[in-house]
Design a protein around this ligand. Sequence first.
Ligand code: SF4
Ligand code: MG
Length: 315
Amino acid sequence: KNLKKYFPVTGGFFKKTIGYVKAADDISFEIKKRETLGLVGESGCGKSTIGRSILRLHEPTSGEVYYKGKNVIRASKNEMKKLRKEMQIVFQDPYSSLNPRMTVGQIISEPIVQHGIMKNGKKLEERIKELLEKCGLASYHTNRYPHQFSGGQRQRIGIARALTLNPSFIVADEPVSALDVSIQSQVLNLMMDLQEELGLSYLFISHDLSVVRHISNRIGVMYLGSLVELSGKKDLFESPKHPYTKALLSAIPEANPRKRKKQVILKGDIPSNVNPPSGCKFHTRCPYVMDICKEASPEFRELGDKHFVACHMAK
Ligand code: SF4
Ligand code: MG
């Protein structure tokens, strides 16, 4: 709720703060049980910052995060320890996020041992086997090392590790972006099966709309630290309201000519997030820019059923 994360930018001899990167600028949304909210946007738009702020891997600058009614931001150390079991993260890079000197068994059991839930022994071994099985790695031995697995398998290990403590919410930050396209859908399908089986909720972060489309129930579109559109998946793909969303959608190749959307071509590059454009941050690239867009920041308002958009023109 109204989540902000600003990173100071320092400069000059005295390293004074000369500005802020508004990585997440007043973001509000909710995720329901068993739901996947996809967060999409170009790299650097603040998606990961939001994911990390929700889990308090960053302390947000302001705003609140509620998990099952509990205020995460104000949780004490002890409360946070409990919350950490329930809220987990899967990282983008299955090559660097797994410790190469640890066996798969050690990697997966680390959180269990750290939280003092089980000691090394038969029970723990069974739990690790069960997790590997759940993630489609039943035939692999727990004393293998990450380098002995393929990229897709490593991401399965990353997912198994995230499941170790029986979480109910997972931030998946570009979990398939480092993988070959042919492997991506296998990992996405695994995540969807696990969601079904374990009743998980996902915040699924990706720069790739077709990936987000595959897995999400609802989708949020981000631009320069702001949420510009948020709606159910079908609604977003069938009637996008924000010019930026339209541009992203028209960039997806569509085989069926009747389904092809009118191309929306963006001018220029994404501006810096240190001193973002005034008014609507998208106005420097928007094909429909009006005078008001340069001055007034558009409100994030609801147009129709739970379809939110921040654009002066949208109706
Ligand atoms: Fe374009 Fe104006 Fe809408 Fe921003 S508010 S997206 S500049 S039309
Ligand atoms: Mg990122």
